[in-house]
Design a protein. Structure first.
Length: 407
């Protein structure tokens, strides 16, 4: 096996703390690297029955064709190095932040919270140092805020748009005699601005898309002294194309679509066996139905159908296909051309799709890092001292990057 080349390798992120320009340099290098390999990750895996790189990367396609199973990430990495002329790796190694020495909360703090979610909350709390008073953004029932109030001895203002969650969270805070109060607010409508002006810190664990970018912009305007954000679901935004936050991001050479943003979070390392089995079944059913619709309509493009209830999948391929045909007003064809044989074709196509995605998903983490760096640069440009770290292992959550910013 050939030795893998490395473009960048950062072993100790603490070195970056005294060199703020390094994030800028890193972003530029990553932007160029992603641009150079854009043809490998900017693909629509469902849309083409052939390999999307058939004419430009025939050696890679031949390698994929010979595989009997979906390749591992390490084998994809080696194949890219072997079959793509001039391919270089872009390797990051983010160190975890040091644990803050915190007292363990009573066992009842985790009551009603799923184990993995509670572990994520605890890991997040163990790696930040908020200054009181603290705003908990998109709080839900305020589980994170309760732990922060107890472990860090800070007062918490939890903002959440669902009134019933505010009521439940406030009741629990009072029962536990915590310094936490709730406000019902729609932050996307600017209803969190007043709360931000009255705090020194703001925290958000897995606030999706526009929710966490809104926090960044409004926290900058309010002059919040300390921010701790773990971004999530970058594709949940009102814009068709990604709108970079930083000045440097706005000059970037790559432009990301909604599908590209979905790729950045397309990782299911925490799903249970049943969830993974249904996911594979739905993929095969959708592709089997797509093969059927191509035959009956003569359309050679992938036909998108809406999300379906998981209970529909357990009723079999024919029931699913009848439902899908009704969604697209194709039910009249069902009596003329039966669905027989298309389920098996769907499973064959799903193997092909998984091989295509094994290549495109190799670029998942670099794309996410590009997005996180854009957020860090936005904060740096306005005077914040910023660090990017991992707050837990990816087996606990793939969205394990933490952006901390202080004035």
């Amino acid at each position: 096996m050939r030795t893998l080349g490395k473009l960048y390798k950062i072993l100790n992120t603490s070195k970056l703390l005294s060199h703020p320009s390094r994030y800028s340099e890193l972003f530029q290098a990553l932007d160029l690297w992603l641009l150079q390999h854009k043809h490998l990750w900017d693909v629509s895996s469902f849309h083409s029955i052939d390999w999307p790189w058939q004419t430009i990367e025939p050696d890679l396609c031949d390698w994929l064709s010979q595989l009997k199973a979906c390749p591992t990430e390490s084998s994809v990495e080696q194949a890219l190095f072997d079959h793509i002329k001039g391919f270089k790796l872009f390797l990051f190694e983010w160190e975890a932040l040091s644990y803050v020495d915190l007292s363990l909360p009573p066992n009842y703090f985790s009551a009603g919270i799923k184990g993995r979610k509670w572990q994520q909350i605890a890991a997040f709390s163990n790696r930040i140092e908020p200054i009181s008073p603290v705003l908990e953004w998109c709080a839900g029932k305020g589980h994170l805020g309760k732990l922060l109030a107890y472990q860090h001895d800070v007062s918490i203002h939890s903002v959440e748009w669902q009134a019933e969650l505010c009521e439940a969270g406030q009741k629990e805070a009072e029962q536990r005699q915590l310094s936490q109060h709730f406000t019902q607010a729609d932050v996307l409508k600017g209803e969190g601005k007043t709360a931000l002006k009255s705090v020194k810190s703001a925290v958000a664990l897995h606030a999706c898309g526009d929710l966490h970018t809104t926090l960044i912009e409004q926290a900058i305007d309010a002059g919040v002294s300390y921010l701790a954000i773990s971004p999530c679901c970058y594709h949940l935004t009102q814009h068709a194309l990604y709108q970079p936050l930083s000045k440097q991001g706005q000059k970037a050479q790559i432009q990301l679509s909604q599908e590209n943003l979905k790729l950045a979070v397309k990782e299911v390392v925490t799903a249970g066996q049943r969830e993974q089995r249904l996911k594979k079944m739905e993929l095969a059913y959708r592709l089997g139905f797509d093969s059927w619709q191509r035959k009956v309509t003569g359309n050679d493009g992938y036909l998108t159908i809406p999300s379906c209830p998981k209970s529909l999948l357990t009723q079999g391929f024919e029931v699913f296909s009848l439902w899908a045909a009704e969604q697209k007003a194709l039910q009249t064809y069902a009596s003329e051309i039966p669905f027989d044989g298309f389920e098996a074709l769907g499973y064959l196509r799903s193997e092909h799709v998984q091989k295509v995605e094994s290549v495109s998903q190799y670029f998942r983490r670099p794309l996410e890092l590009w997005l996180v760096l854009d957020r860090a640069l936005r904060l740096q440009e306005t005077g914040y001292h910023v660090t990017i770290e991992s707050f837990c292992d990816k087996s606990l959550t793939p969205r394990n990057l933490l952006v901390c910013a202080s004035l």
